[in-house]
Design a protein around this ligand. Structure first.
Ligand code: DON
Length: 527
């Protein structure tokens, strides 16, 4: 089964499985097919993370996150007076991090894939040539962004058009680029003609990525974050994503409570989760960043003693003020558009992968000749410590810009085991809300006994320490609960829908149930 943001991508992933390919082959196909069919987030100009669990129980994590260019520097987005220059880190050439997606899919395929490259690439190239239908939701997203496409690009790009719903859009240039990558391998993207064209294009648009940046880019295998929650074992992404550590902290902080006794999305349940989230995000902003550049006190941050201590001042009566808690005291011995897909193959291997350009259509820079958008991932660094990024996340020194460093992420592809067997694979876009959406979806299935479909489609809420408010999808919550929370002293706001979770659940009879989020055009396919 494959669940992703687009029907076309899920179908191609499943075709690969039907041909006898495994989850890693299907990953490469699905990731590339999303770059064709879901260009606001699917990409070859961005990066991502993947968690796997093979049928023998072995697990791993792949980091194909973008990195900062060699010529980058800590204050590159500030003016002479130290003030943030508007939009410099979120659009145009300087906002682009060195892309990791092609390195990522090749690394996964080379290590664990089984099909020939052409068997995987050909259906994707065909999709790009034949084109994809523009859905109602996609049309809306394109229309909202046309003014930015015009502002950021030197010439009119193919997306700057008044598309009709269901109109077919073809991608001959992207097909050509993919063909070259199929024939010449990943070096085409990182050292070949494609690399040269990309570097020249970025330079013309004010960016600083060089051939050296591309040549030295590597996808990195990392140890995933693994922890127990009651009788589940949860496997999630390690730094440079904050996902695994924050999910571990939040779930450990709430573990002592009998969650089943709360009503789903009742004010007690919301208060408990929100207070755990607040504490975890405060730690995130101070301690987390790229582990190759900073020391993260992971063991301490995840220890039961520390987390019990952090929750000591929690009470159902009144909120803790974010200004009063800050990050935890640890003695250091010396981290809006993404997409997730989940795969379980017929052999029992599972994959969770989240990939992104960061903002919708990334930096909005579109390289016509090669046919793809470039990310604006540089904004995930703390461009000025203490100031919020696009997602309102406050970064600290740990996540400052340094050449070659990876920016801190919230992306949390996650796999869950129950009684040593595969139980779930899931993930979502949503910037900082990714973390809290994953926690709630796992709890929906495990504590509230929902199906995967119900779990991904029920209402969500989110707290990230600062701003000191609960974000909710108010159409899912009745007024009484909102009133209750306000009376207790919580501030509440609605900023539109939260995430699009795509997951697969292994049911007790071993059949698979796909959960595709109805907030998007997401689709599950299986056989
Ligand atoms: O890595 C991160 O945390 C962000 N760049 C993810 C962006 C995202 O999820 C946007 N989606 N709505």
């Amino acid at each position: 089964m494959v669940v992703s943001a687009r029907e076309e991508a899920s179908k191609i992933g499943v075709e690969i499985l039907k041909k006898g390919g495994n989850a890693f082959d299907a990953m490469m196909a699905t990731e590339l097919a999303l770059a064709v069919s879901y260009p606001s987030a699917g990409n070859i100009g961005g990066g991502g993370f993947m968690i796997f669990r093979k049928n023998d129980g072995s697990i791993g994590a792949l980091d194909y996150r973008e990195k900062a260019p060699i010529k980058s520097s800590r204050d590159m987005f500030l003016d002479d007076k130290g003030k943030i220059v508007d939009e410099l880190s979120t659009s145009g050439g300087l906002s682009v991090g060195v892309p990791g997606t092609i390195a990522g899919v090749f690394e996964a395929h080379q290590k664990y894939g089984s099909l020939e490259l052409h068997e995987i690439f050909e259906p994707v190239i065909e999709l790009a040539e034949k084109g994809v239908k523009i859905t109602t939701k996609q049309k809306k997203r394109i229309d909202e962004n046309r003014k930015y496409f015009r502002k950021i690009n030197k010439s009119v790009i193919k997306f700057d058009k008044d598309f009709k719903e269901n109109e077919i859009i073809k991608f001959p240039m992207l097909a050509k680029t993919l063909k070259k990558i199929m024939l010449n391998g990943k070096d085409e993207f990182y050292e070949g003609e494609t690399a040269e064209k990309l570097v020249e294009f970025i330079r013309q648009n004010g960016g600083i990525i060089t051939m050296d940046d591309l040549k030295t880019y590597k996808a990195i295998w990392r140890e995933p974050i693994v922890f127990d929650y009651k009788n589940l074992r949860i496997i999630s992404m390690s730094p440079p994503s904050s996902g695994g550590i924050c999910i571990n902290q939040i779930m450990s902080m709430i573990e002592p409570y009998e969650i089943k006794l709360f009503k789903h999305n009742s004010s007690e349940y919301i208060k408990l989760l929100v207070e755990a989230e607040r504490r975890s995000f405060a730690d995130r902003s101070h301690f987390l960043g790229d582990p190759d550049f900073i020391d993260i006190p992971t063991e301490k941050l995840l220890s039961k003693e520390y987390l019990t201590f952090r929750m000591k001042n929690f009470s159902f009566e009144s909120p803790t003020k974010s200004d009063d808690i800050g990050y935890g005291k640890i003695d250091l011995i010396e981290s809006n558009e993404t997409t997730h897909y989940s795969i379980v193959d017929q052999y029992g291997n599972a994959i969770a992968a989240t990939t992104t350009l960061n903002g919708t259509f990334g930096s909005k820079l579109y390289i016509q000749e090669l046919g793809f958008f470039l990310n604006n991932e540089m904004d995930d660094f703390s461009i000025k410590p203490g100031y919020p990024n696009m997602y309102g996340l406050i970064g600290g020194e740990a996540n400052k810009i340094e050449p070659g460093k990876r920016m801190l992420s919230s992306m949390s592809p996650t796999i869950v085991e129950k009684n040593n067997n595969l139980f779930m694979t899931l993930g979502t876009p949503g910037g900082s809300t990714i973390i809290t959406s994953i926690v709630q979806t796992i709890l929906n299935v495990h504590e509230f006994e929902m199906s995967m479909h119900e779990a991904v489609n029920s209402g969500r809420f989110h707290h990230q320490w600062k701003p000191d408010s609960i974000r909710i999808e108010s159409n899912f919550f009745n007024n009484k609960i909102v009133k209750d929370l306000k009376i207790s002293g919580y501030k509440i706001y609605d900023n539109g829908s939260i995430g699009r979770v795509d997951g697969i659940l292994v049911r007790p009879d071993k059949t698979l149930e796909g959960g595709a989020d109805e907030r998007g055009d997401d689709k599950a396919f299986g056989f």
